[in-house]
Design a protein around this ligand. Structure first.
Ligand code: HEM
Length: 516
């Protein structure tokens, strides 16, 4: 398993390292513990329905699947810790941030959305995410970020529409570019984030080079009850780097799991991936006078309106022991906040608090927070029964609240702002954000062309009328974007003949895009 430079691929070596630490085999048993007779390991010799090994194995195998996550089904995962590097007690009383040097255990899942589990890690124009669970003494704090700093939409009803339009066509079962482009032109609010995702910022070189943005504006409060709004940022210490389209295509031809392998091997080599956790902070008092909506997840806060405050470092230093038990059963939920961090006031966040627990009940059963990877350091509730695992199910403790029998009582937090911020949200679309991204963030010609190439690839099999609509939308953003799109589309249409049936395959031109 040595690669050309002598480095070990620990992923391929995993079973051998298990053998090294397991000097002799253990006794094989049924799930209920009885030893398995050697003759029963051959099902052809004997009665099947009294062969416990057969019954146990087949039963387990046909029931092994649970529903995959709707978003970010494919992912890598690892354990680690968070360490505070800066005093942020001025902004938040959250205990995990209480002093410089304090460490908190974490579990992180880094994944890719809008693809099935078997698809390549280097798939173009897909959202990538990083979810981090901090096991604090005040309960779990979950920060879920995507790899670009703005989200597709603020109207939560668009969640399903986006998933359906980017998902498989109901008849062909193949992703349908007509639906994707139609979705974009019907919902121009999504364009800003899609420009980010279709640009070099959408395709990191690997998870270790990826940034993650929880995006929402969370309300922080300190011991004195003073409030701030903050947007967290999880920034790669290696620095953001992108794969080129050619690199991505080449990697996909030999390794669908390149990002996952890279993360695993780096941790095994003790080259621990590290991110800095920072936040952009706004003072609550000034919030009414701002000339922009600080809660709009489709928009960035304008430069000069906020202060950036470093908080600490996220370090991943241990691979999972069992992928299904840890990564698959992990349940991250944006409602998991701790004292000192209060909910953002917008609808998208509120919709998420419902969506995640609904999905997780379906995937993992009603007691998903009792699965070891999700268990907080401390939990005392009046919830009882339901799907396994129930753990001790509350033992003999009183099971209703309030009560006169010393059952658990709520936390009184005088610092917690009592008032819930009320905000007015509108469906206004700000194409100037897309313009700014195209003109300023993608300052170089190559960067602009790469974005356009991605859109052309995504719209090559789309009807002319929809291509025209996309062109019109681009025209409103920036005439240069429209002109580039039109020119590149014309060129590619002339030079690229995509095979539609095997008879169309051309051995002299295996990659139709190579001469484009
Ligand atoms: C209406 C808006 C949204 C809805 C309805 C939604 C829904 C979901 C659902 C159902 C899952 C799968 C949960 C599970 O089965 O465990 C998920 C996963 C995820 N979502 Fe969202 N989401 C929304 C917005 C966002 C936003 C704004 C972000 C980040 C800024 C985000 C980041 C993530 C991440 C990182 C995961 C993967 C978590 C993991 O690794 O287990 N989502 N989302």
């Amino acid at each position: 398993f040595n690669t050309s430079d002598g480095n070990v691929d620990n992923v391929s070596f995993q079973l051998y390292s298990y053998r090294e630490k397991t000097p002799k085999p253990a006794l094989l048993t049924a799930s209920s513990g009885q030893p398995i007779y050697d003759v029963d390991t051959d099902a052809l010799d004997g009665d099947l329905l009294i062969n416990q090994y057969f019954l146990d194995s087949i039963d387990s195998a046909v029931n092994a699947r649970i529903p995959a996550r709707e978003a970010f089904a494919k992912a890598a995962a690892a354990h680690g810790y968070f360490i505070v590097t800066n005093d942020v007690t001025k902004y938040t009383k959250a205990k995990l941030f209480e002093k410089v040097g304090k460490k908190t255990k974490i579990f992180a899942r880094l994944g890719i959305s809008q693809v099935f589990k078997g698809q390549s890690d280097t798939t173009l124009a897909a959202a990538r995410g990083m979810a981090v669970k901090f096991y604090t003494e005040q309960g779990n704090l979950d920060l879920l970020g995507v790899n670009v700093p703005v989200y597709f939409y603020k109207n939560p009803l668009l969640f399903k529409e986006l998933f359906h339009s980017f998902g498989p066509n109901p008849k062909t079962s193949i992703q349908d570019p007509n639906a994707i482009i139609d979705f974009i032109v019907q919902n121009p609010v999504t364009l800003h984030s899609l420009l980010w995702f279709f640009s070099e910022y959408g395709l990191p070189k690997g998870y270790r080079h990826m940034n993650a943005f929880p995006i929402h504006s969370f309300q922080l409060y300190n011991e004195k009850g003073q409030s701030y709004f903050a947007r967290f940022k999880i920034l790669s210490e290696l620095g953001y780097e992108s794969l080129s389209l050619d690199q991505a295509a080449a990697i996909s031809s030999y390794d669908f799991n390149f990002f996952t392998r890279d993360l695993y091997n780096s941790i095994e080599r003790k080259n621990y991936p590290t991110w800095s956790l920072e936040m952009d902070v706004l003072n609550v008092f000034g919030i009414k006078n701002l000339h922009f909506d600080p809660f709009d997840v489709t928009r960035l806060w304008p430069n000069g309106t906020y202060t950036t405050v470093p908080i600490g470092k996220i370090i991943l230093d241990r691979n999972v022991e069992n992928y299904f038990a840890e990564a698959e059963q992990a349940a991250f939920n944006p409602i998991n906040l701790v004292p000192g961090i209060k909910n953002p006031p917008e609808k998208l966040y509120m919709a998420r608090t419902f969506a995640y627990s609904s999905a997780q009940k379906n995937r993992l059963g009603s007691n998903y927070n009792k699965i070891p990877i999700n268990c907080p350091m401390y939990a005392e509730t009046y919830n009882r029964d339901g799907d396994p695992p129930v753990l001790d199910n509350g033992g003999d403790a009183v099971n209703y609240y309030p009560n006169s029998f010393n059952g658990p009582v709520p936390y009184y937090d005088p610092a917690r702002p009592r008032q819930q911020f009320k905000i007015v949200e509108t469906n206004e679309v700000h194409l100037e954000d897309s313009r700014k991204f195209y003109q300023d963030v993608l300052a170089l010609d190559d960067q602009k062309q790469r974005l356009v190439d991605n859109f052309v690839r995504a719209s090559l099999r789309v009807k002319h009328s929809l291509q025209e609509k996309l062109l019109n939308l681009f025209q409103k953003v920036d005439p240069d974007l429209a002109a580039r799109y039109e020119k590149t589309l014309d060129k590619i249409k002339k030079n690229v003949k995509l095979p539609n049936v095997v008879e169309d395959l051309d051995d002299d031109n295996l990659n139709p895009f190579s001469n484009a």
